[in-house]
Design a protein around this ligand. Structure first.
Ligand SMILES: COc1nc(N)nc2c1ncn2[C@H]1C[C@H](O)[C@@H](COP(=O)(O)OP(=O)(O)OP(=O)(O)O)O1
Length: 195
């Protein structure tokens, strides 16, 4: 698989080399992120993060992929844990790579969407769910990268993106977004952290 991201974009190729190299000082935190839409895609369910990384921001539902778990398995588990919803129809729509100044960790988010789900959203210890009109997304209360890619997820345009943040976790110093064949999203490895 090494080389596929480089074919898409040299900036992603650098990342692939770093993550694939045994000698790289970089390590990875693979996560999932799920956006749930009403069936007519008029509204999206976001969660207000009550604790941990991204506290005080609205986001999709997700968290760390466990060892040997697939991204899809992790996405389903995290969705249920954080929102009370289940979905057998999560579709992978993107991969987001996040780097932070002076931090060796590259956080990856495997992004899924679905407009078919079971259950009623419930508040959990981590998230308070809330439906938002698709034309009124609270970008000022979300991670700053979201405004760059959110519409692609809504419109079902598969993409891979890379964002470099300053250590303030707000300022984006570099970003790039590539539209890709959806097949590629399932071929890119998760790159579990080295133990
Ligand atoms: C830096 O920019 C980010 N933007 C967006 N939109 N989402 C992000 C960003 N950084 C992280 N995320 C997402 C990815 C995951 O869904 C969560 C992080 O998960 P969490 O902090 O909950 O991770 P863990 O504490 O390991 O999760 P669990 O304890 O739930 O496994 O935020």
């Amino acid at each position: 698989m090494i080389g596929r991201l480089a074919e898409v974009d040299p900036v992603l190729g650098e990342l692939e080399e770093e993550l694939g190299s045994l000698n790289s000082p970089k390590t990875v935190k693979p996560c999932t992120l799920a956006l749930i839409f009403k069936q007519d895609r008029s509204k999206v369910l976001l969660g207000y993060k009550k604790r941990g990384f991204g506290v005080g921001l609205y986001n999709g539902f997700g968290g760390k992929i466990q060892h040997e778990e697939s991204a899809l398995e992790g996405a389903k588990r995290e969705l249920e844990e954080e929102s009370g919803l289940t979905s057998e129809d999560l579709v992978k729509i993107g991969i987001l790579y996040f780097e932070f100044e002076s931090d060796p960790v590259i956080l990856t988010a495997h992004l899924y969407t679905s407009d078919r789900f079971n259950g009623v959203p419930v508040e959990t210890e981590e998230m308070r769910p809330e439906w938002f009109d698709i034309n009124n997304i609270p970008f000022t209360k979300m991670w700053n990268d979201d405004k760059y890619w959110f519409s692609f997820a809504v419109e079902n345009k598969p993409f891979i993106a890379r964002f470099s943040f300053k250590s303030d976790l707000k300022t984006i110093v570099r970003h790039n977004i590539n539209f890709v064949d959806p097949q590629l999203l399932n071929e890119v490895p998760i790159w579990y952290p080295k133990s």
